[in-house]
Design a binder for this molecule. Structure first.
Ligand code: GLN
Length: 495
């Protein structure tokens, strides 16, 4: 195996600033890799070739004039199809938004553009970010570059697949209950969900507003950190964005002495895949050898996290998705000519089954007579989950455990059983409900027939401790080399 190593984000921007490559060459190469993998992956819904080449030429012209270039100069990337880049179709992988091109650019995308990054494509996803496998897209399923018979995870399936296949050095996903951390685990990437409010949601098409967070994928933690920092900081257009500037990176703790890593027993249940358990325990042992102290902790309400999440998230989704009525966005179906039947026909034909299931569930839990029994109670349990973490963080600095209870599963394996699919999120939804920063990073492989499948370790920090979580992640990547291993498809592309 002697494939040319693919450039990461930090490296790529440095090479450009030093004049060892041009933005145009980088954009053209990424577009070519995208075309070469398009059939195998189905990871892309739209390509902004003209825009990407134009931005690259403009950047090269600025460099030629000796102007200062941003931290992400010339680095190509992909957006998830629920993110707004003015004029480029963002249909949320739904028929209800087919052809919808937003008239404005999201704050987080604008900040990346201002830093010189170059969006080349819009990635496939589960419809409206509802799913854990990519199989709920109205435009076909995305494949995992480690094994194309398997899921790359979801809902940010296309974004993960594009980075894991080496098409782009980073991509953005959105994480509401695990949609970046879980696919990162299943495709050997770093995926980072920041503290709620760290990155403005202005221009992220809403699923569940109290949970949604823009979250990047890259191969290294240093790369997701740089991208996160560039996007972070208060935005007056999002009232839930934290009223503080972007956080500063911390040096990685060279010796981990003094660092207390909490290991919740609820994150290592009997049902956990044995190989996933073994890889995560080995990673914790490595951190212990590096000087950290492992502290057993308990998050006793974790067993209620999935139920709580599927009440809160569906309630918010039923409200957020009410706007797709055939009047304001996307295609309209006429029905029998009345306004009511136009709404009904547009929504019946526009939304897929999973989205309809969630709108029904969410409408039910918010309806008068059921609100107290379901929605209000879920909010109370959400507070208990938050308190679990607060109590754990009195005894430790970081909580660690697996990201996903299994490695990548076969496409089709869970599509007939929504509850089995929902259980893929059991280890990621608690941090979402509590609004905490959480990182998934590669911690090894397991054997599945002739294939090796990646396993992810999750690090969760207290609210606002983004810098701490990321610094520990960088430290782990100095102690390990799993993240440098490329998927079979990425090796082909780099060859
Ligand atoms: N898989 C979870 C769901 O289906 C999480 C989705 C997400 O984070 N967007 O809701």
């Amino acid at each position: 195996m002697s494939a040319a190593p693919l450039k990461g984000v930090v490296e790529g921007a440095a090479a450009l600033r030093a004049g060892r490559t041009s933005a145009l060459a980088e954009a053209e190469r990424a577009l070519e890799r995208l075309e070469r993998t398009r059939g195998a992956l189905n990871a892309v819904l739209a390509v902004d070739r003209a825009g990407a080449l134009e931005r690259a030429r403009a950047l090269d012209a600025r460099r030629a004039r000796g102007e200062a270039l941003g931290e992400l100069a010339g680095v190509p990337f992909a957006l998830k199809a629920n993110m707004c880049l003015s004029g480029v179709e963002a249909n949320c992988a739904s028929r209800v938004l087919a052809g919808y091109a937003p008239p404005y650019t999201a704050t987080f995308v604008q900040r990346l553009l201002d830093a010189g990054a170059n969006p080349i494509a819009i990635a496939n996803m589960d419809e409206f970010a509802m799913g854990s496998s990519g199989e709920n897209s109205a435009y076909g399923t995305t494949k995992n570059p480690w094994d194309v018979a398997r899921t790359p995870g979801g809902s940010s399936s296309g974004s993960a697949a594009l980075v894991a296949a080496g098409v782009v050095p980073f991509a953005l996903g959105s994480d509401t209950g695990g949609s970046v951390r879980q696919p990162a685990a299943l495709t050997n990437l770093a995926g980072y969900k920041p503290t709620y409010g760290r990155i403005s949601r202005y221009g992220l098409i809403a699923f569940a507003s109290s949970l949604d967070q823009v979250s990047p994928f890259a191969r290294s933690v240093a790369d997701v950190e740089l991208v996160t920092r560039v996007m972070s900081g208060h935005d007056e257009r999002d009232t839930t964005s934290l009223p503080e500037p972007a956080f500063a990176a911390e040096p990685e703790p060279a010796a981990l002495a003094g660092l207390r890593i909490g290991v919740p027993r609820e994150y290592f249940p009997a049902t956990l895949d044995a190989a996933v358990r073994a890889r995560c325990e080995a990673a914790l042992a490595e951190l212990e050898r590096g000087g950290a102290r492992l502290v057993p902790v308990s998050l006793p309400h974790s067993e209620h996290a999935i139920a709580t999440y599927y009440v809160v998230a569906t309630a918010e989704a039923s409200s957020n998705l009410a706007r797709y009525d055939g009047v304001r966005y996307g295609p309209r179906r006429d029905g029998d000519g009345s306004l009511q039947s136009m709404y009904a026909a547009t929504r019946a034909q526009g939304f897929g089954d999973e989205v309809k299931r969630r709108i029904l569930l969410g409408t039910y839990v918010l309806s008068s007579g059921y609100y107290d029994a379901w929605y209000r109670r879920a909010l109370k349990v959400r507070t208990l989950l938050l308190r679990d973490f607060e109590r754990a963080f009195e005894r430790c600095d970081i909580v660690a455990g697996p990201t996903s209870p299994t490695a990548a599963f076969k496409l089709g394996e869970k599509t007939d059983d929504p509850v089995a699919m929902y259980l893929s999120d059991v280890l990621t939804v608690p941090a979402s409900l509590a609004g905490l920063p959480a990182l998934s990073l590669p911690c090894g492989f397991l054997d599945a027939g002739s294939n090796r499948l990646p396993v992810g370790l999750q690090l969760i920090g207290p609210a606002r401790a983004d810098a701490r979580v990321l610094a520990l992640g960088r430290r782990y990547q100095q102690l390990s080399s799993f993240h440098t291993e490329l998927s079979p498809l990425a090796r082909e592309v780099a060859a």
